[in-house]
Design a protein around this ligand. Structure first.
Ligand SMILES: [Zn+2]
Length: 128
């Protein structure tokens, strides 16, 4: 399996945008209370503020983390087949054996055979 991770720059930009959204929520809430708007107007600002703060904390932690969550996982159909294709009978159900015996190195993705102990591309020991 390969994964695509979001870049640290876009994550930092997302964190900064979320801070602006949270500040907007605070201004909205204060303005709604000040003009005496019905309760759901200030509540909208509170929800906006909470969502902005949560997203800012998440984005900032991901931007500075060594282990970022993946945005996309790239898997071979033998690792994880498309469930819709399986349901429609266009693809076989997933095998119960390991990634290695499915024919690919779990570290570099190179093709392997079931009798290989080490990957011929990256040299790492393959799980049995
Ligand atoms: Zn390998």
């Amino acid at each position: 399996m390969k994964s695509i991770k979001p870049g640290r720059g876009p994550l930092l930009g997302s964190a900064i945008s979320s801070i602006f959204a949270a500040v907007f929520g605070v201004i909205w809430t204060c303005a709604a209370i000040w003009i005496g708007a019905p309760f759901f107007f200030p509540l909208f600002g509170v929800v906006f503020t909470i969502a902005g703060v949560v997203h800012a904390v998440y984005s900032l932690s991901q931007a500075t983390s060594d282990q970022r969550h993946s945005a996309f996982d790239i898997v071979d159909e033998r690792e994880e087949p498309d469930p819709l294709n399986v349901r429609l009978g266009k693809e076989a159900p997933p095998p119960t054996n390991s990634v290695h015996s499915a024919g690919f190195c779990p570290y570099c993705g190179a093709p392997t055979k079931s009798d290989y102990t080490f990957c011929r591309k990256c040299g790492r020991q393959l799980p049995q």
